[in-house]
Ligand binder design. Structure first.
Ligand code: FAD
Length: 561
């Protein structure tokens, strides 16, 4: 089985669950796969420059598709190409990278997988708790340790929690009918069910949702569920967030059947930047986004963003260069528009500024060590089990993942992956101190195992909330945030905005419905591309409508004020 506690462990059922809606049920995967293409601009618009702020997945994908249409994307990047797809290499160990940001991608991210295929990147199953690719899992709670290969190996209370979660999802979350409608891509059914859930639950926290359920009357069960959770592990750090965020993840199988990108996830934005763009218009064959940049490099950080009197934009970068554009796509986390970039208020309507100010980000930290070999596979003669297992615990590590690259090669341990408060607890500590802390926790779970003796390189760590160009790992809506979320997501439909607020597009996973998942970065990039294309007089072709063409039929439910 893929996961211990999930509504969607039937990832193999047909048709498969995909990240189709539920808020905006547009088939992004079919749109990009269509041989008709995603649209074109008129020749008069060829070579027009478009500023793309941010060189993460959303920015590089936006630039790639704009270049394909014959426009000239100009990518600005404040930190490094790849953004939160960040794969840290280890000197002398090619192919081994620590995924400091995104590391596992649900197969339900079908639009993302389209671009992985287009770039020729390979994926492999990710060793999540109790996943088929995971030799064994240890759950250690309140000092009590259990070894398991499947959910059946764990004590009854874990199955009880799984059962309670399924019951709660069905009774309060209509998960059965919603997932069935998503599988069938039955848009009216998705809209009907989801609109009802949004109305009922926009003001409900994840924890409040559990408390409403008779299945979770027991505090002990809620506590255990929070610590072990579903899919990828503990979810109690999400308890204060809106239950709609959780339902989106569960009902689109985002937390199931994960794969990692062989060689590192950063390759995807790097390839979108450097690979020749197939079917490119206006530019010579072989043109890449990179080759459209004078010195083959991204421009530096944007420091000022304003409007010209004539409806264009002034973009100033950290080198002091100032350029003027007709269109700007912004893909950084939206808080950047409030602090590190001096942004004119006129760039966005007031209601959108409110939504940006209210945006809520979760922090996340990871600590990795490189070890000499996957020693955890050695069988302990005393127990007959592997020496160490993928580990879920309520100790400081929370989730420990074991990543191998071949029996005779060095291997990686993600000693700890934490979110929100669990991540904040680590902020004062440097990499060495974090490693020591995690080894101490793991030492209690695996007494006698000399993990430190296998470590062959300095530990690497990262906390996204203290990074100047990010200020958080990913957005997580709080109760009552639906209206803000809708405002940011639908901003690409600019014919509904006053004329003086057009030409600036928001993209990136934090304006998507599924922040924290790369699919959201891809989908919002495609919205922005559609918006820019339309602004320059372009359009999609009959037979392959874009997100804006179908917007009125499938627009996200508009809650009253
Ligand atoms: C810890 C962590 C774990 C994750 N795990 C997963 C996972 O397992 N699966 C999954 O699908 N997704 C995961 N994600 C989410 C995934 O990484 C994101 O969805 C995706 O990388 C977002 O891409 P983006 O382009 O929208 O944003 P970003 O990657 O944040 O790109 C925005 C870029 O803008 C740049 N920028 C900021 N300010 C400026 C400025 N002033 N001028 C120019 N550039 C600027 C930033 O440096 C950054 O490179 C994870 C993220 C984190 C942090």
């Amino acid at each position: 089985m893929t996961v211990p506690i999930s509504v969607a462990d039937s990832a193999t059922e047909s048709p498969p669950l995909t990240m189709f809606g539920p808020d905006f049920p547009f088939a992004y995967d079919e749109y990009v796969r269509s041989p008709l293409g995603i649209g074109a601009v008129p020749r008069s618009a060829y070579a027009k420059p478009v500023a793309v702020i941010g060189g993460g997945l959303s920015g590089t994908l936006t630039a790639y598709e704009l270049a394909r249409m014959g426009l000239r994307p100009v990518v600005y990047e404040a930190d490094r190409l790849g953004g939160r797809m960040r794969s840290l290499p280890f000197a002398g160990h090619p192919g081994i990278t620590a995924e400091m940001g995104a590391m596992r991608f649900p197969t339900s991210s079908t639009t993302l997988f389209h671009y992985l295929d287009e770039m020729g990147l390979q994926t492999t199953p990710f060793p999540n708790p109790l996943a088929e690719a995971t030799p064994s899992t240890v759950v250690d709670l309140k000092g009590s340790k259990h070894f398991a290969r499947t959910l059946a190996d764990l004590p009854d209370i874990y199955r009880e929690a799984a059962h309670a979660w399924h019951r709660t999802l069905d009774e309060l979350g209509e998960a059965g009918s919603l997932t069935a409608a998503i599988r069938r891509r039955d848009v009216p059914a998705i809209q009907r069910i989801w609109a009802d859930l949004v109305r009922r639950h926009d003001d409900t926290t994840f924890y409040g949702f559990l408390c409403q359920s008779t299945a979770f009357e027991s505090f002990a069960l809620r506590e255990l569920f929070g610590q072990v959770g579903f899919g990828t592990g503990g979810w109690d750090t999400d308890f204060p967030n809106s239950i709609l965020e959780i339902l989106r993840v569960v009902c689109t199988a985002a937390d199931d059947d994960h794969r990692s990108i062989v060689g590192g996830s950063q390759q995807l934005p790097e390839c979108l930047w450097s690979a020749p763009v197939p079917g490119v218009k206006r530019w010579p064959a072989g043109t890449s986004v990179q080759s459209l940049h004078a010195d083959g490099r991204t421009r530096p950080a944007v420091v000022r963003l304003g409007r010209t009197g004539a409806g264009g934009f002034v973009v100033a970068d950290a080198s002091g260069t100032v350029d003027v554009y007709d269109a700007v796509v912004f893909t950084g986390q939206v808080w950047m528009l409030l602090n590190t970039i001096d942004t004119d208020e006129s760039v966005l309507p007031a209601a959108h500024w409110t939504a940006i100010e209210r945006t809520h980000y979760m922090g996340a930290s990871k600590v990795f060590v490189l070890v000499d070999r996957p020693f955890w596979k050695d069988i302990d003669p005393a127990t007959g089990h592997e020496t160490m297992s993928m580990t879920l615990t309520d100790r400081m590590t929370r989730g420990t993942y074991l990543l191998e690259f071949g029996d005779d090669r060095p291997a990686l341990i993600c000693l700890s992956y934490t979110w929100a408060d669990d991540s904040l607890k680590l902020l004062p500590l440097n990499a060495g101190e974090r490693m020591d802390l995690m080894l101490k926790s793991l030492g209690r779970i695996y007494p006698g195992v000399d993990i430190r003796g296998h470590v062959i390189a300095a530990p690497v760590t990262m906390s996204w909330e203290t990074e100047r160009a990010f200020m958080g790992a990913f957005k997580a809506n709080l109760p009552g945030h639906y209206r803000y979320q809708r405002r940011l997501y639908t901003h690409f439909m600019q014919d509904r905005l006053p004329a003086q607020h057009r030409g600036f597009y928001l993209a990136g996973d934090d304006v998507s419905w599924t922040a924290g998942w790369a699919e959201g970065a891809v989908q919002t990039a495609l919205n922005a591309v559609w918006g820019v294309m339309t602004q320059f007089g372009g359009h999609t072709v009959p037979g392959n409508p874009g997100p804006g063409d179908l917007f009125d039929e499938i627009s996200p439910i508009d809650l009253d004020q």
